[in-house]
Write a protein that binds this ligand. Structure first.
Ligand code: HEC
Ligand code: HEC
Length: 273
């Protein structure tokens, strides 16, 4: 940061302190010294969990798309759907709002019943995956999500957000089978040492070095990063690439996917209880 920019920030701060009663007109001096950034002249919506950046990059779009795929009503802060999804089949063992999540029918591996949610799994539905939709136009995918199979209304997922989940389907899917054994559900890829480095410097800020600082268990049993990564690495991989919906959690979408694979491989070695 150069000195001029520092001065501009001090000036901008005093403008903020003046609030709505003070003048928000910048003096000529400030205007000259300012470098134009995304937030210099706009209010934006800076909340990380539910906000939208003023100038979204592809990585951000795919990460929110991934969170919508995970759980759209928590990701978008809209009303939870009521009842079981009409297209959720008899053969399935789930019911209620969970059946409205993309992942419930299509899986964390995007392979539906051809992947981890195959026959015999408690998540089996017989519904196929979405891998074939990779590369399809966003308009076409968005139309699919408004069809009589999917039934997503604009109150549930607005047109703007629908474009993001469609972008995720088209451009954000990864080939999970390269990283996770679909039979044993164990990591089969990843550099654990590099993953340790990422965990210790990024994840540990919130989850602790042993991954036990946050516990989303049900009270009877604990659920830590280590627990989930060793049992459901495909799900953790998805959350590392997109964040956990509704949580102020970072994601690694802006980096090569290998980094996410490495950190999940390391997380699977952490304490599980
Ligand atoms: C209740 C179950 C269910 C839910 C929830 C669901 N889908 Fe589907 N989806 C289906 C069915 C059934 C099909 C039809 C084809 C099949 O059997 O694979 C389908 C097809 C698709 C296709 C086309 C696949 C292709 O190869 O042409 C895409 C893309 C898709 N879904 C995306 C999504 C997304 C994104 C969400 C969440 C916003 C979602 N689905 C939620 C049941 C579901
Ligand atoms: C800025 C804080 C923060 C950072 C950094 C962070 N997380 Fe999280 N993470 C959270 C919060 C908050 C939750 C929600 C916990 C809850 O639901 O109780 C969460 C939830 C999770 C979950 C559980 C999701 C579920 O299924 O309920 C996993 C797995 C996870 N984080 C892994 C990671 C990994 C791996 C990293 C590093 C790449 C990481 N997190 C970095 C804050 C963070």
């Amino acid at each position: 940061m150069n000195i001029l920019r520092g001065a501009a920030i001090v000036a901008a701060t005093s403008v903020l302190l003046l609030g709505s009663t003070g003048s928000i007109l910048a003096t000529g001096d400030e205007e000259e010294n300012r470098e134009i950034g995304d937030y210099e002249f706009s209010s934006g919506s800076p909340d990380f969990v539910h906000g939208v950046p003023t100038n979204p990059e592809e990585a951000w779009t795919l990460a929110i798309g991934g969170r919508i795929y995970d759980n759209w009503w928590v990701a978008l802060d809209v009303a939870e759907p009521r009842g079981t999804h009409p297209s959720y089949p008899e053969v399935g063992q789930k019911s209620g709002p969970a059946t409205w999540r993309c992942k419930t029918c299509h899986g964390w591996d995007f392979l539906g019943s051809e992947g981890i949610y195959s026959e015999g799994s408690s998540n089996y539905t017989g519904i196929g995956g979405i891998r074939a939709a990779q590369g399809r136009s966003v308009e076409q995918i968005a139309a699919t999500l408004r069809d009589s199979t999917h039934l997503y209304t604009t109150d549930m997922i607005s047109d703007e957000q629908l474009g993001r989940i469609a972008a995720f389907v088209s451009r954000g899917q990864i080939d999970v089978a390269k990283y996770v054994d679909l039979e044993t559900r164990q990591m089969i890829a990843g550099d654990i040492n590099r993953g340790r480095g990422i965990f210790q410097t990024v994840c540990a800020a919130c989850h602790g070095y042993d991954g036990r600082l946050l516990d989303w268990g049900d009270g009877e049993s604990s659920n830590f990063v280590g627990t989930e990564a060793s049992e459901l690495p495909d799900e953790v991989l998805h959350k590392v690439l997109s964040s956990h919906p509704g949580a102020a959690m970072i994601n690694l979408r802006a980096f090569p996917v290998d980094y996410s694979v490495d950190v999940v491989a390391y997380a699977a070695t952490l304490p599980i209880d």
